[in-house]
Ligand binder design. Structure first.
Ligand code: G6P
Length: 366
């Protein structure tokens, strides 16, 4: 009811603004990397496994896609990420030394539960879930678990559950790296410091809301939008597009920016806003030339840069700068303005933000 919403108009907005608290709670007490964070048996399991199979649906699947970049980069362990509803029905080649990781806000998604059971039936005994509900079927079914502490999420479009999943998955990448002897004490200390800074960093990103509201007024008049990202920000672009689709009903697609020339460039006109996730990373110069390709076709760019990206606004290039440069944790920070953009665009279009048409919070039937 209204009392619970406090100063917010919708649960989604409240949940977006709860993210500093949700991340702080999810990471509470994490002052060092140790397998026990994932359960009593984690030490032995992490020693045995040599690859990861991630199974999830929807927003949780995009968290899994992001985790692939982190785990392969930090722990140097191969990762496959599969949409649960596809994995359960296709012929695949099981690897008994896989760690099967399910990601689920609710812990009750039928397809993800079925995919986990399918993996087990194929001879993959080791499982871990990143889940927001400690009493859920998923937690009961898995050998290991990390419980995110986002708190109850009411808005159908997932927000705080996603960023807390990402934090837990980053911890998993660090822990797997440590188990394989690939994490120095200095690296561990540096990553923990960055993780513990997240609540403060997110609060500073939330303060960009007025600038995002100004953009949302433009977006509310559009029927299509394209989201671009590269590397570990490609899944964040996918999540940004999904948020916009889910609640504003604007058709949105996401592409890894290097793929523009293989199709989506044909869609670009001045009617096509192109949202670009553009933190300073190893691909920023390549991303800038992708942005040129968009501008040359008259596309309007809406760029989320960071403190180090060196992108200046110009005609057709709108820039919102996140206040810091966040390194490996940048996907978590860059998610937040995309959530706010979707929220305010939906608000401007007058849709039912917390209960979008045709969608359910938790899909417990196939
Ligand atoms: C539904 C929700 C999404 C969610 C997906 C997976 O489609 O509307 O927000 O990402 O299910 O849910 P889970 O609880 O397994 O993360």
């Amino acid at each position: 009811g209204a009392a619970e919403l406090g100063p917010y108009r919708h649960y989604m907005q409240k949940e977006i603004f709860e993210q500093p608290r949700a991340l702080g709670d999810t990471l509470e007490g994490v002052t060092a990397i140790m397998p026990e964070l994932f359960g009593d048996k984690a030490f032995g399991v992490f020693k045995q496994i040599d690859n990861v199979l991630i199974l999830a649906c929807g927003t949780s699947y995009y968290a899994g896609m992001t985790a692939k970049y982190w785990i392969e980069s930090i722990a140097k362990i191969p990762v496959n990420v599969e949409i649960a509803s596809e994995y359960r029905y296709r012929d695949s080649v099981p690897n008994p030394s896989s760690l099967v990781v399910t990601i689920s806000q609710s812990g009750e998604t039928a397809d993800t539960l079925a995919a986990l059971k399918h993996a087990r039936s194929l001879g993959m005994p080791h499982s871990l879930t990143i889940c927001n509900v400690s009493t859920s079927a998923m937690v009961r079914e898995c050998e290991l678990a990390y419980i995110t502490r986002a708190g109850v999420e009411v808005g159908v479009a997932s927000t705080k559950a996603f960023t807390t999943q990402l934090a837990a998955l980053f911890l998993l990448a660090l822990t797997l790296a440590q188990s394989k002897g690939r994490l120095s004490d200095e690296q561990e200390a540096e990553h923990i410091k960055a993780l513990r800074h997240l609540p403060v960093a997110i609060s500073a990103v939330l303060a960009l809301e007025p600038q995002i509201i100004a953009w949302s007024e433009e977006f509310a008049r559009k029927e299509n939008a394209l989201f671009l990202g590269r590397g570990m920000h490609y899944p964040i672009a996918l999540e940004g597009a999904l948020k916009l689709k889910e609640i504003s009903y604007i058709h949105a697609e996401a592409y890894p920016a290097g793929e523009l020339k293989h199709g989506p460039l044909a869609l670009v006109t001045k009617e096509m806003p192109v949202v670009t996730v553009a933190p300073k990373d190893g691909l920023i110069e390549k991303l800038k030339s992708n942005m040129q390709e968009v501008r040359a076709r008259g596309g309007e760019l809406y760029v989320f840069a960071d403190a180090d990206s060196r992108i200046t606004p110009s005609e057709g290039v709108h820039v919102i700068r996140l206040p810091e440069h966040y390194g490996m944790l940048s996907p978590i920070l860059h998610t937040v303005p995309l959530q706010l953009l979707a929220y305010h665009t939906a608000l401007a279009r007058g849709t039912d933000v917390d209960k979008p048409r045709n969608l359910a919070k938790s899909v417990t039937v196939e």
